[in-house]
Structures are given as structure tokens and as C-alpha cells.
Ligand binder design. Structure first.
Ligand code: NAP
Length: 348
């Protein structure tokens, strides 16, 4: 089927990353809907979700400098409004999402996925329309909102990779996750669905109260309790945690390792905290036979499994706030100031 022509050349609104010198580089532009390449579809964006990575890209801190006309946004959901040549199994009106690495369909990570990365090497979701390869699409479960599907994207599949693929999480396992941002809160929710127990840290008691409402068993304020790993270990009865979702990076790694039970799995995925001047002591990694693995997002298959897990368990991803499309700059500012718990979504 080819319904390529009906929307060609119609104006729509999008954001571009501009000179990548900070959040002010973001600019709103008018574009014309494009020709649809073979194997791709045009999607009317209904919701997009922000990630810490969007801030890094706007600051020029995410790999090589990108095209100034790049549309940001790795996560979103919307409705198929036109399809290109050679597309089968996708209908006009289908509600869809996709992993930000649109060529990572299944199987193990390969750095080649970076050539087609929404919001980085390929135009993303902070736009009224987006082109997507049909092979990357995941159809939304009927009962799932566009906002919820968007919120589950990159942060959700990254947490999923740590907990399921690396962590081999079982009911009763202890999971430690750091901070109350998008990845960490989705990790808490995924672990709760699986019957695991969760320890979570935050700089804010108010945010920890929300984490408890979402099912956290152990909550520690890392500002008030700098030796938070000792507190976490004690609260697990002295044994420690089985899986760590290391969202902060080298700055917290030593403490995360000291909170680990023997044979724990640690997924290192963030770089929020910089590097400690004294380096990182890895004694607990060796003595505990702990597995430490770098994690870079996840595949289309994982996204599909993640959507199914939330849908069949009747759980909604924690969305802190929904901003209208025109207020995308304010939404990014809200993210940058870490005022949120969970995800920030753009819709309408
Ligand atoms: N590798 C991947 O595939 C992948 C995918 C997604 C994200 N990431 C990375 O994962 C990290 C988190 O991303 P995100 O989108 O979830 O970010 P986010 O929503 O902006 O969350 C940031 C939160 O992290 C917490 N935090 C910051 N510094 C901390 C510290 N020293 N100790 C404990 N918590 C701290 C804060 O929580 P409180 O306000 O509660 O203190 C802050 O609100 C980023 O580095 C991001 O680039 C990696």
C-alpha cells in the first residue's frame, strides 16, 4: 500500500536542537510534511516524553555535534497517517510507538544502532509529525494512552534491560535504584510488577514519599545520609541487594557495590554524578563476585514486552507532569531543574 501523497507538503510545527549550546538553542520551526521513503510511515505525534539525554544533546554533550536542524526527542507515540511503498501489516489509524534505536529490533546490542537514533542521528518526536521505519513500530495495547506509551520508551527499556536481561530478576529479589528520575522510577515500577522488593534513594523526602506510594520498601535520603549504602544493606537484613540500576555512574558506584549481596548484578547506565577524584575502589566487586555491565537502552522487542507488562498488570507509568507542545522549552527546563518524579510528557 502507498498512501504517500495525501499529506505531502503540508506545514507543521517542530522543534530543532539548533547550535547545541544549552537549552536556549532549542527553536520552534515550521516544516512541510516530507515524502515517505519506502518501508517507512508518517505518524501524527500525540505524545512525546523527555529524557535526560535530551538535555545532554542540547548542551552539545552527547557525542559528536549533530545537525542543527535535528528534531529532538527519543520517545513518543502517535497515529499512523500515511505509509510508504512496501509497508505491510501497518494500517492507517494504528496507534504506535518505537524504540529510539529504530534499527535495534531484537537480540543483543550492537553499536551500529546509533546510526538511526531518534532525536540524535535521526529526527525525533518533538514535532507534530515523525517518519518512522515500519519495522520499528510497536502497536499500543488498546487500553494504553499515548502519554503512557511515550513515557515507557527509552527509560523503561533501559530499566528493563538491567532488571530482566542482566538482572534475571525473580520475585523477592532486592533491587536498588538511584534517584527519582525517569529511569529510576520506571525501574521501581517494573520491579514491583515482578514481585521484587525495592530500595530507592533521593535528595528529597517529598519525592521519597511518592516512591513509597509507588511501592518502594526502603527509602533513603542521600543528602541527609551520605552513607546511604550502609543504611540500605542494614534494611535488607545485612545481606544486600541483588540488582542495582546505577543511574548516577562512577560517583555512586563504590557505594552501590558496597550495598550488593554476593553475586549481585549492577547495570551502569548513567553519568549524572561526574567522576570521584580518588577513583573508584572495586574491592567489593571482586569479593562479592558481582557482575558489572554497561547498559545502552534496549530493543523493539523489549519495548513490546514492557508495554505488555504494564498493560496486563494494569499499571500506569508514573508521569509527573504533562506540558502542551508549545511549552516544550518550559518542560525541558523543569527536567533540567530535577523538579520531577518519574516522566515528563508533552501532549496536545
Ligand atoms: N544508558 C542508557 O541507555 C540510558 C537510558 C536512559 C537514561 N540514561 C542515563 O541515566 C541517567 C538518568 O536518566 P533519567 O532520564 O532518568 O534522568 P532524570 O529523569 O533527569 O533523573 C535525574 C534524577 O537523578 C537523581 N540524581 C542526580 N544525581 C544524583 C546522585 N548523585 N545520587 C542519586 N541520585 C541522583 C535525581 O533524583 P532526586 O531528585 O530524587 O535526588 C534526579 O532527579 C542519565 O545519566 C541518563 O543519561 C541512560
Amino acid at each position: 500500500m502507498n498512501t504517500n501523497t495525501s499529506r505531502q507538503g503540508q506545514p507543521f510545527q517542530a522543534f530543532e536542537i539548533g547550535a547545541q549550546q544549552g537549552l536556549d538553542s532549542l527553536r520552534q520551526v515550521t516544516r512541510d510534511t516530507p515524502d515517505i521513503p519506502p518501508g517507512e510511515v508518517l505518524v501524527r505525534v500525540r505524545a512525546a516524553a523527555l529524557n535526560h539525554r535530551d538535555l545532554s544533546i542540547l548542551k552539545g554533550q552527547y557525542g559528536a555535534r549533530k545537525s542543527e536542524t535535528r528534531v529532538p526527542g527519543g520517545d513518543g507515540a502517535g497515529e499512523v497517517v500515511a505509509v510508504g511503498e512496501g509497508v505491510d501489516g501497518v494500517q492507517l489509524g494504528d496507534r504506535v510507538t518505537a524504540p529510539h534505536f529504530v534499527r535495534w529490533i531484537d537480540g543483543e546490542y550492537d553499536p551500529a544502532v546509533f546510526v538511526a537514533d531518534l532525536g540524535s542521528s535521526r529526527d525525533g518526536w518533538l514535532s507534530e509529525y515523525i517518519l518512522l521505519p515500519a519495522a520499528a513500530l510497536v502497536k499500543l495495547p488498546d487500553g494504553m494512552s499515548d502519554e503512557d506509551a511515550a513515557a515507557l520508551g527509552a527509560a523503561g527499556i533501559t530499566a528493563w534491560t538491567v532488571l530482566q536481561t542482566l538482572g534475571q530478576m525473580k520475585p523477592g529479589d532486592w533491587v536498588l535504584t538511584l534517584g527519582t528520575g525517569g529511569v529510576s522510577i520506571l525501574a521501581l515500577q517494573i520491579a514491583s510488577i515482578a514481585g521484587a522488593r525495592v530500595a530507592i534513594t533521593s535528595s528529597s523526602d517529598d519525592k521519597l514519599a511518592i516512591a513509597r506510594e509507588l511501592g518502594a520498601d526502603i527509602t533513603v535520603n542521600y543528602r541527609k545520609d551520605p552513607e546511604w549504602a550502609t543504611t540500605v544493606r542494614a534494611a535488607t537484613g545485612g545481606r544486600g541487594v541483588d540488582i542495582v540500576v546505577e543511574t548516577v555512574g562512577l560517583a555512586t558506584l563504590e557505594q552501590s557495590l558496597s550495598a550488593c549481596a554476593p553475586n549481585a548484578r549492577v547495570g551502569l547506565l548513567g553519568a549524572l554524578g561526574g567522576r570521584p577524584e580518588d577513583g573508584v575502589q572495586l574491592g567489593n566487586l571482586i569479593l562479592g563476585n558481582v557482575i558489572l555491565k554497561g547498559i545502552t537502552s534496549g530493543s523493539r522487542r523489549m519495548l513490546e514486552d514492557l508495554l505488555t507488562a504494564f498493560d496486563t498488570n494494569g499499571v500506569q507509568p508514573k508521569i509527573d507532569r504533562v506540558f502542551p507542545f508549545a511549552e516544550t522549552p518550559a518542560a525541558l527546563d523543569y527536567l533540567a531543574n530535577a523538579r520531577h518524579v518519574g516522566k515528563i510528557v508533552i501532549a496536545g
